[in-house]
Design a binder for this molecule. Structure first.
Ligand SMILES: N[C@@H](CCC(=O)N[C@@H](CS)C(=O)NCC(=O)O)C(=O)O
Length: 257
């Protein structure tokens, strides 16, 4: 008896812990869309902010785009003028919130203003892996690519790293695409939008050899053919990409094995 009272008290305390900081949820996942406040995307041409423009174009949601054409420095000054502690792009102003970090911005926009769109159903077999790719894009893929990029600019590799390197993180994406048309599974989703930038950087900066990853190359062709991607290019990259990063010197896998 005492034991069950103690258990009941513990369970009550735990559920209070779980709900108190956020209050009782009034809107749950996949419910109707909240009214969308003004959305302003702070942008640099050819950089990660293109994702949010692409997302909004796919969803048909309105947005303002803030950047100075052909002038990355002036565009970055606009970001800094917001006074956010972490000036980077994308920075997106949604109503009163100033948000950084692409994955969080994408999840906020979909969950609040387009629930259920550009994602598998929460009870679908593809939801966990969709979410995994949504986070993998920045958490592992971009992180490893740019870490290799910085190291290889000063010291080009002569052999494969024993750590998880650029080739390994791209290979994981290739393996998935061998079995599925998109990162969300059978349908195009926000996971494809966020994965595009690092997978594009991987070959454009010579971090990996495009010929080694035919499924990634085919996927890129398919997603770049989407009308919303083309609208993104018109709005966010009308004159091409200023200030491209220098690719690392070629280092074919044969030299690195
Ligand atoms: N993980 C962040 C990365 C953001 C990021 O590093 N953006 C780059 C442009 S692609 C940037 O703002 N660079 C300017 C700087 O770091 O000063 C995201 O996905 O939003």
């Amino acid at each position: 008896m005492i034991r069950s009272i103690l258990m009941a008290t513990a369970v009550a305390a735990l559920s209070a812990c779980a709900t108190e900081p956020y209050g009782t949820p009034s809107v749950t996942a996949a419910s109707t869309a909240m009214p969308m406040p003004d959305v302003t995307i702070y942008h640099l041409e050819g950089r990660r902010s293109e994702r949010i423009v692409w997302l909004m174009e796919e969803l048909g949601l309105p947005y303002e785009l803030e950047y100075v054409r052909g002038d990355l420095q002036a565009s970055m000054d606009k970001v800094r003028a917001l006074g956010h502690e972490m000036p980077m792009v994308p920075t997106v102003v949604i109503g009163d919130d100033i948000l950084v970090e692409s994955g969080a911005i994408i999840e906020t926009i979909i969950t609040r203003y387009a629930p259920g769109q550009l994602m598998p159903a929460i009870d679908s077999e593809f939801y966990p892996t969709y979410l995994m790719w949504l986070h993998y894009a920045e958490g592992s893929l971009a992180a490893r690519l740019f870490s290799d990029y910085r190291a290889w600019m000063t010291n080009p590799p002569t052999e494969r790293s024993r750590l998880v390197d650029s080739e390994a993180v791209v290979q994981y994406s290739e393996n998935w695409l061998e079995e599925h048309p998109y990162f969300g599974g059978p349908e195009f989703s926000a996971a494809d939008i966020i994965m595009w930038f690092p997978l594009n950087v991987a070959t454009k900066l010579n971090l990996v050899d495009e010929a080694q990853f035919p499924k990634v190359a085919d996927w890129k062709t398919r997603v770049e053919a989407r009308p919303a991607y083309k609208r993104m290019l018109e709005a966010a990259r009308p004159d091409g990409i200023p200030g491209n990063l220098t690719p690392v010197s070629r280092h074919p896998p044969s030299e690195r094995n």
